[in-house]
Design a protein. Structure first.
Lengths: 338, 298
């Protein structure tokens, strides 16, 4: 059951702009197994969307250069011909986009759009595709799918449209689903419905799933593994409980501390990781997080740490052991004071 | 069996919804005074151009030198020209020429402009080439360019259509290109790519339906413009060759006797004005109807 489905090995994505080359994704590696939900988290601009788009090779290839490998079921996606790639898109790997409001073509009915993929990849007749589309809509929890199928996107609410998108993505039974911030544009109740749906569909089809998000709540709710990215690099990778219980990297710790709490003093200032994400033009020479890290030493500023294994997890930090010890001491101190 | 019934039921629901949508469009169109007026004017002109020649006996070519330059009378409602030809039948036959030219040009530019616009929106390299060519073509005043093309091709109806198509295609291409550039960046196009749709599928079955409204509106205006430019070309002697009764030729004939026979310039002029007016009203109305962004102020 837990076979490796997708293996990203040392992926680098360079964009050639007019005057120089920008590396948006730098040496990213992680794996996704069948029936596993992997969360990719990080701030805006950290390369998580670029990583996901390069899996499907949706980036404009004229200005993009890939290095490394993206192995899907043993085949390197980066070396496939455009035609082979088209056969994989939608059929084996499907993607759900962030904005359900603009992810459907306004001139066609939703049924029409779901059928299109089915007729393209599964060679179904129009009537069969229609039956299947209704079935998929029912599966995603849309009431009266027989009627909804003939409606245009503007007649549906945001949650409905996202369901349609999911129905569309899942219609060909893909083995890998990439969800790029699938619930960002939705309200909380719809959000949890959609997440439940993704989770149950994953169990039903044993599908590997990558969820790209900046919402750690989503990660805690449905992911089994978490990949934390910062400025184009993976800085920490661990299973979901270790990330939340003992975050190793100072950046992950910062992210967790930045979550506003439901309870507590309202006047208390929220925790903020100081500084800003530098642009890709001014990547720091040493550890990329060093300028914003409260534990940074001289070594961090000059030489870049590598992603090293630490038990089951992976971490890119020179001092994580010391940091962990110091944070435990602080915790103990706090307990003592209380 | 039940499945068949099911499908039948669904198709009937679908049909009902389509009908509802259609009747809504008709209603909207009726309440749009501009489009309605334009449509009525155009219908009258088109119907008279098609059916009038069946009812009027006088041919537009029949010379009657005795009765030349007759003022409008019950016998010749629009009067006669300097060869004694019946002006009414010449204006009506002229409508045929003008409408055929206008319609063909609108159709051909729509076709050519759409292909140019869609592909240059999608492919950067084609864009560079095609848009520079259109820039070059658009830098010339329409009339001058048309005259130049006519001069090299020779004067006849087909060449007028060719010349005007060359003159007006860049305009359509521009409109289509800018509309498609907007559509191309929509998430659903990326989603389609992620679904494995091919480029031609994206261009023709997904971008194209989204740009039909601006295309129709633009084509209506090109229709009107090409009637004017065709008349101007014929007036200058670079268009439809005499003795064919195009509106421009009629104006040209009337020019020399404008102080003696006002009817020879008035009626063809009115015909041009009314047709173009009708087309422009229709185009404006259509734009309000089809483009949700430019709703007419009420």
């Amino acid at each position: 059951m837990n076979e490796t489905l997708l293996e990203i090995v040392n992926l680098k994505v360079h964009f050639d702009t007019e005057d120089k080359r920008v590396t948006a994704v730098d040496d990213v590696s992680f794996t996704v197994n069948n029936g596993e939900i992997v969360g990719v988290v990080g701030e805006s601009g950290c390369g998580k969307s670029v990583t996901s788009e390069s899996i499907l090779r949706l980036l404009d290839e004229k200005h993009t250069n890939y290095e490394g490998e993206i192995r899907f079921n043993g085949r390197n996606l980066l070396s496939l011909s455009p035609k082979k790639m088209r056969e994989i898109r939608g059929n084996d790997i499907a993607m759900i986009f962030q904005d359900p409001m603009s992810s459907l073509n306004p001139v066609y009915t939703v049924g029409n759009q779901i059928q299109e993929a089915l007729m393209l990849h599964q060679n179904l007749s129009k009537a069969e595709a229609r039956m299947k589309a209704i079935e998929m809509l029912k599966l995603t929890g849309i009431p009266a799918p027989e009627k909804r199928i003939d409606e245009f996107p503007h007649q549906l609410s945001g949650g409905m449209r996202q369901r349609v998108m999911i129905a569309m993505a899942l219609s060909c039974n893909p083995s890998l689903l990439i969800a790029d911030e699938p619930t960002t544009a939705l309200d909380v109740t719809t959000q949890s419905q959609i997440l439940d749906l993704i989770k149950s569909l994953k169990d039903e089809f044993n599908m590997g799933t990558i969820i790209i998000t900046h919402d750690l709540g989503i990660v805690a709710e449905i992911c089994s593994k978490v990949v934390v990215m910062y400025l184009g690099q993976v800085i920490e990778e661990a299973d979901v409980s270790s990330i939340f219980e003992t975050p190793l990297h100072p950046y992950t710790q910062g992210l967790l501390k930045s979550i506003p709490h439901m309870e507590g003093n309202r006047n208390e200032k929220l925790y903020v990781i100081k500084g800003k994400v530098p642009t890709l033009n001014q990547v720091p020479p040493g550890c990329r997080f060093a300028p914003r890290c409260e534990f940074a030493t001289e070594k961090c500023k000059v030489s870049a740490p590598i992603l090293e294994s630490y038990g089951e997890r992976k971490i890119r930090c020179w001092n994580f052991k010391e940091i962990q010890e110091s944070s435990i001491q602080v915790n103990r101190g706090e307990t003592l004071n209380a | 069996m039940t499945r068949e019934l099911h499908v039948k039921e669904l198709t009937s629901i679908k049909k009902e919804m389509k009908d509802k949508h259609r009747s809504l469009m008709v209603k909207k169109f009726r309440s749009n005074k501009l489009a309605l007026t334009g449509a009525i004017i155009l219908t009258i002109i088109i119907i008279s151009a098609i059916f009038f020649p069946l009812f009027i006996s006088s041919s537009p070519y029949e010379l009657d030198t005795v009765n030349r330059l007759q003022a409008p009378s019950p016998e010749h409602i629009f009067g006669t020209d300097n060869y004694g030809r019946d002006l009414l039948s010449r204006v009506i036959y002229g409508a045929r020429v003008s409408l055929v030219v206008g319609f063909s040009v609108a159709l051909l530019t729509a076709l050519l402009g759409t292909i140019m616009g869609l592909y240059s929106a999608y492919y950067k390299r084609i864009d560079g080439l095609l848009m520079r060519i259109s820039d070059g073509l658009m830098a010339f005043p329409a009339i001058l360019l048309a005259i130049a093309i006519m001069a090299s091709l020779g004067a006849n109806t087909t060449n007028v259509i060719i010349a005007l198509t060359i003159v007006f295609s860049p305009l359509v291409a521009r409109t289509i290109r800018s509309a498609s550039l907007v559509i191309k960046e929509q998430t659903y196009i990326e989603a389609l790519k992620a679904q494995g749709a091919s480029t031609s599928r994206i261009i023709w079955s997904n971008i194209f339906p989204n740009i039909i409204s601006p295309l129709i509106v633009q084509a209506t205006f090109i229709f009107a413009d090409s009637i004017i430019v065709e008349a101007a070309l014929s007036f200058l002697g670079a268009g439809i060759p005499a003795p064919a009764p195009s509106w421009g030729n009629l104006l040209y004939d009337g020019k020399t006797v404008i102080f003696n026979a006002w009817w020879m310039t008035l009626f063809p002029g009115l015909a041009i004005m009314l047709t173009v007016f009708g087309l422009n009203l229709f185009g404006d109305g259509l734009r309000d109807l089809l483009d949700p962004h430019s709703k007419s102020k009420k």
